[in-house]
Design a protein around this ligand. Sequence first.
Ligand SMILES: *Cc1c(COP(=O)(O)O)cnc(C)c1O
Ligand code: SF4
Length: 349
Amino acid sequence: MEPWQLILQDSIVTLADLKKHLDCDSTALGEVIANFPLRINPYFLKLIQSPGDPIWRQAVPDAAELQDGVCAVDPLAEEELSPVPNLVHKYPDRVLFLVSNQCAMYCRFCTRKRKVGTARMHISKETLAAGCEYLRNHPEVKEVLLSGGDPLLLADEQIGAILENLRAIPSVEIIRIGTRVPSVLPMRITDRLVAILKAHHPLYINTHFNHPLEITKEAATACTKLADAGIPLGCQTVLLQGVNDSAAVLKQLFQALLRIRVKPYYLFQADLTRGTNHFRTTTETGIAIMRSLYGHISGMAVPTFALDAPGGKGKIPLTPQYILKKDKDLVFENYQGEVCTYPEAGEGV
Ligand SMILES: *Cc1c(COP(=O)(O)O)cnc(C)c1O
Ligand code: SF4
């Protein structure tokens, strides 16, 4: 076994493991775990500094997960939008292809909480082949987003085979991998894995960091290896109550990401996923945070704040309103709140 596999093997997965390692009130947690899987690997466990801190909240089960009368099991209608199992075709030119049912840590706020890490998510040679067959029959799909679960939890050979199969489809131009491995199990980014990924350019990776505490030396090393292999790195952060719902924390996170060569891509409003209602903030919180970022920090460090619309209606950017008035001139506020005017073209003198 590889070192990262040995680390994963030592994960907290049962209530007994949890009680052994963490001082938490375990009432009801057995029932939580029976519904939504638990995995905290030793690397991520070490990032917890105190009970209830931002790392803890992302990883440790909470009784609130069972007291969610608001959210839906599959809010983005992914199952309905899947022409074949595990392939979500929502946009005209790109698809989401779920190739792994495991993650290195089960985020308590996961959008795909209904199935990731459980027997309800069936991925097999057959589903992978059916996905590729669909892509061969749908040349309008130019980009394939590999996700899961976490694609990088598959064995090197499996990852290599999936990438090769995709590259054999001429209409597939771009491959994008969504993975949380750089933040939750960075030692998984081995030289061997990087060599496999590098052989299938143009390949992009969007990773997922939520808090500056996740930017460790190990995470920086993992991202450096990937960036050195010519893989552009983006980050999809989720705005989470009690984790990162403050301008100061996100500023620090986005700037730290740039330093390890990861470009903040999306900041997501939390989805309406059953069992995650306690993580949701108001959309106004996110919009106000965005206002405190634009102009104040490098534009490179500013992601798009987006809401994934319920029912599979797509991602909608939510941006602060800078336009005050638009008639002959455009009147707007700048990032410092000063009122400015721009004369529209074609109005004459
Ligand atoms: C988010 C998503 C994508 C990718 O959207 P981008 O805006 O290109 O990042 C593609 N397919 C599905 C189903 C998605 O949810
Ligand atoms: S890494 Fe992604 S898919 Fe896996 S549990 Fe976390 S949010 Fe869900």
